[in-house]
Design a protein around this ligand. Structure first.
Ligand code: NDP
Length: 469
């Protein structure tokens, strides 16, 4: 049968996506800049479906019958532009290019415009779920034009994860919307991971739990409201023994967190939009701070503060408090991420269906969680919800968990255990629920030193005062 779909870039993600497409019965042409990789791939997996290999870009494109749909799975940034430039001369009007990497959404906006002006089609598509998701069903977030999406919808909805019979793939919006939403997904993933790491620190160093006990606690948490992929894999990590010693592998891993940039982009965009996305940003900063290992080791011998102290009192109560702190902070992190998407949609003219976004994140992606059903329900009930915290379910969940949340943060401060994401989430919550903030003083200061003027609580208008005689 004719082959319309091709994929170039056979690293982990590309290989697994190509296999997924082939497993679902779609013929596929594959290509990689370094031809050996294509050959190895076909030798190992060529029997899994209908593959056509190629040794050059020209051969690759010509293996496809128009209208062609070509997925690009290469390193984000300049490589994507290079690959587009190489493929373009061989394309016909109406052909579709799909960038499935983690591209910056502004690059995607530009590429959509440039290619559409030349009669070509372009989809900037977020693909989540790591290599396992790519092979067995990722969450897919396509953005660009509806008609471009229609071309690959039958393939994408088949290869994506399925939850309750629904594909974890839906058209996200125009231009760079797909990559934007994927970026925020990754930002939320950073926050989720940091929150779990803070819970770990408190339970390990504050309470003195062993890896066996941590495994138990996380396994139990995974049976409740916190049920999610990240909690599940965390429980698994605590059970893994080291191959080279008596201990556990997690204790041998160097405490320097790496990052590839999507969390940073989320924070940068939130600052541009003026939306406080504190949990994600603290998570990015926490990774930065973790990377100064040598400085931290030196400072640990110089800077005074509590160390080695332990939680006193009921141990199970503290474990439950940490669970509540984790859940409440997670609600805040998601509320902020969704708030950011609302603001970005306004700024860029996208129509985002937030309930549908929560729906496609329920499977195939790193932040998949039971909790996303609640988010979908919240937006179904109230599509114009100003903030997720105001949805009755979340108002109640955070309200019920806040006593433990506050206790955990004060204990952490007492013991000198840093909990930046827990505490910034609580500060956001307390700020958001305050009718009055001390910003009156800031306005007074600005007016005093810079004549920036201020508004009054009792009458309209802008005022400037002579503050000092
Ligand atoms: P990499 O990001 O490591 O990219 C490697 C691939 O890019 C290779 O096929 C390489 O070809 C190709 N490449 C690099 N530069 C060029 C160029 N100038 N011209 C042509 N080809 C080039 O691969 P991954 O599979 O990890 O990721 C692919 C994309 O998916 C990235 O954008 C990544 O951020 C994203 N992503 C990755 C996830 C993951 O878990 N790894 C999860 C979700 C998204 P060659 O073999 O010739 O060097």
């Amino acid at each position: 049968s004719e082959t319309h779909f091709g994929l170039t870039g056979l690293a982990v993600m590309g290989q697994n996506l190509a296999r997924n497409v082939a497993h679902k019965g779609f013929p596929i042409a594959v290509h990689n800049r370094t031809t050996e990789k294509t050959e190895t791939f076909l030798a190992e997996h060529g029997s899994e479906g209908q593959f056509t290999g190629s040794t050059s870009v020209e051969e690759f494109v010509n293996a496809l019958t128009p209208p062609r749909a070509i997925m690009i799975m290469v390193k984000a940034g300049k490589p994507v532009d290079d690959v587009i430039a190489e493929i373009k001369p061989f394309l016909a009007k109406g052909d579709l290019l799909i960038d499935g990497g983690n591209s910056l959404f502004t690059d995607t906006e530009r590429r959509v415009k440039e290619l559409e002006a030349e009669g070509l089609r372009f989809l900037g598509t977020g693909v989540s779920g790591g290599e396992e998701g790519a092979l067995n069903g990722p969450s897919i977030m396509p953005g660009g034009s509806q008609e471009a999406y229609a071309i690959v919808e039958p393939i994408f909805t088949k290869i994506s994860a399925q939850v309750n019979g629904e594909p974890c793939c839906t058209f996200i919006g125009a231009g760079g919307a797909g990559h934007y939403v994927k970026m925020v997904h990754n930002g939320i993933e950073y926050a989720d991971m940091q929150l779990i790491a803070e819970a770990y620190d408190l339970l390990k160093n504050g309470l003195g739990l062993t890896n066996e006990e941590l495994h138990e606690v996380f396994t139990q948490w995974n049976a409740g409201d916190l049920d999610s992929f990240l909690i599940e894999i965390t429980a698994q990590i605590f059970a893994r023994k080291d191959d080279d010693s008596d201990g556990y592998l997690v204790d041998k891993v160097l405490d320097k967190a790496a990052q590839k940039g999507t969390g940073k982009w989320t924070s940068q965009s939130s600052l541009d939009l003026g939306i406080p996305v504190t949990a994600i940003t603290e998570a990015v900063f926490a990774r930065c701070l973790s990377s100064f290992k040598d400085q931290r080791v030196a400072a640990s011998k110089i800077l005074p503060g509590p160390t080695g102290g332990k939680i006193e009192g009921d141990r199970q109560q503290f474990i439950d408090d940490v669970r509540d702190a984790l859940y409440a902070s997670k609600v805040v992190a998601y509320a902020q991420g969704f708030d950011q998407m609302i603001a970005a949609a306004k700024e860029h003219g996208w129509t985002l269906n937030l309930g549908a976004i929560a729906t496609i994140w329920r499977g195939g992606c790193i932040i998949r969680a039971r909790f996303l059903d609640r988010i979908k329900e919240a937006y179904d009930a109230q599509p114009d919800l100003a903030n997720l915290l105001l949805a009755p379910y979340f108002t109640e969940a955070v309200g019920n968990g806040q006593t433990g949340w506050r206790r955990v943060i004060s204990e952490a401060a007492r013991l000198g255990i840093p909990v930046p994401a827990f505490s910034s989430s609580l500060a956001y919550y307390d700020g958001y629920r305050r009718a009055n903030l001390p910003a009156n003083l800031i306005q007074a200061q600005r007016d005093l030193f810079g004549a920036h003027t201020y508004e009054r609580t009792d009458k309209p208008g802008n005022f400037h005062s002579q503050w000092v005689e």
